[in-house]
Design a binder for this molecule. Structure first.
Ligand SMILES: Nc1ncnc2c1ncn2[C@@H]1O[C@H](COP(=O)(O)OP(=O)(O)OP(=O)(O)O)[C@@H](O)[C@H]1O
Ligand SMILES: Cc1ncc(COP(=O)(O)O)c(N)n1
Length: 277
């Protein structure tokens, strides 16, 4: 991984953006994204969409920011910085989805990772049906890579996912929503499918598997994966390589996840070595 050198001899990392919510417990959302970006030596910028009161046991409250506040954050960023890749996370109502979708259109950026956060693995439901409709019609078609977990893929494909065949079918059905590729994540699958992901584009279908990490402390794995993919895209990787490298990063971070609080602890981002690109 070669850092570009600026005229003042300082290194200039790629600028990436996360459009996501805050997790007060520091395990998921913006907090996980920024730790991941730092691990990849990219400069992380932020558009905050919601503030959650959350800990290792679950989500206690969600306060959405206004579309005006979200727009102001976009304006401040794009009037000054050149974003090379971005990811979206939790968007808790339809007006917020529409606002983010409108801003993404004006960016003219191909490196867009959409994590359609609707249901966390712990079962917290973040969105209503109007929000899901807005995600489908205006945000998902802009995604280079869409990263639903098992439950989100079930909603988007309108299909129960129970085995590898239904993971593949769901991926192919989701492509019809207009994204360029989709990664159906298997963290919530059971047995030998746990931790196995299916990536599909119109041309290709790949099964991605690393080692299974036996830990209950997986809070923020989805956010970390999407943020690592974003960082890899910003460093110039192709979508499939960006995903493969990000999955290796998540596996290492899961290996180093740690028990804080009484529930699901976070990933250990800072114990992972400098990810080579
Ligand atoms: N125990 C595990 N061992 C190895 N890989 C895992 C494990 N759990 C999840 N993963 C991987 O982590 C990534 C995130 O997937 P997951 O299905 O956990 O997303 P998510 O449900 O959005 O995450 P979260 O738990 O943060 O809500 C995927 O690549 C998945 O395969
Ligand atoms: C603010 C926020 N955003 C996202 C998630 C889900 O994250 P993940 O799918 O990584 O558990 C979360 N629990 N909180």
């Amino acid at each position: 991984m070669q850092l570009p050198i600026a005229s003042n001899s300082q290194t200039v990392p790629p600028v990436v953006l996360t459009v996501a919510g805050s997790d007060s417990g520091g395990g998921a959302g913006i907090q996980a994204d920024l730790r991941t970006f730092a691990s990849y030596r990219v400069h992380g910028t932020v558009v905050v969409t919601a503030v959650t009161a959350q800990n290792t046991l679950g989500v206690e409250r969600v306060d959405a920011l206004s579309p005006e506040s979200v727009s102001a954050q976009f304006h401040a960023l794009v009037s000054d910085l050149k974003i090379q890749a971005l990811k979206t996370g939790v968007l808790v109502n339809a007006p917020l989805v529409e606002t983010v979708a409108k801003h993404l259109k004006t960016l003219n950026l191909s490196n867009i990772v959409v994590d359609p956060v609707m249901v966390s693995r712990a079962g917290a439901v973040f969105v209503d049906s109007a929000t899901i409709a807005a995600l489908k019609s205006s945000l998902i078609p802009q995604a280079l890579i869409l990263t639903p977990n098992r439950y989100e893929a079930q909603i988007l494909a309108d299909l129960e996912i129970t085995n590898l065949a239904t993971m593949k079918t769901a991926a192919q059905k989701i492509l019809e929503l207009g994204c360029q590729s989709v990664l159906v994540k298997g963290g919530a699958m059971t047995g030998e499918l746990r931790g196995l992901d299916v990536w599909a584009s119109w041309q290709q279908l790949e099964i991605l598997q690393t080692e299974l990490i036996e830990t209950p402390h997986t809070h923020g794995s989805g956010c970390t994966l999407a943020a690592a993919i974003t960082a890899n895209l910003a460093w110039g990787e192709t979508p499939l390589t960006a995903i493969q490298k990000a999955k290796d990063f998540v596996t290492q971070a899961l290996k180093h996840s740690y028990p804080i609080g009484a529930g699901q602890g976070p990933l250990g981002h800072f114990y992972v070595g400098f990810p080579s690109s």
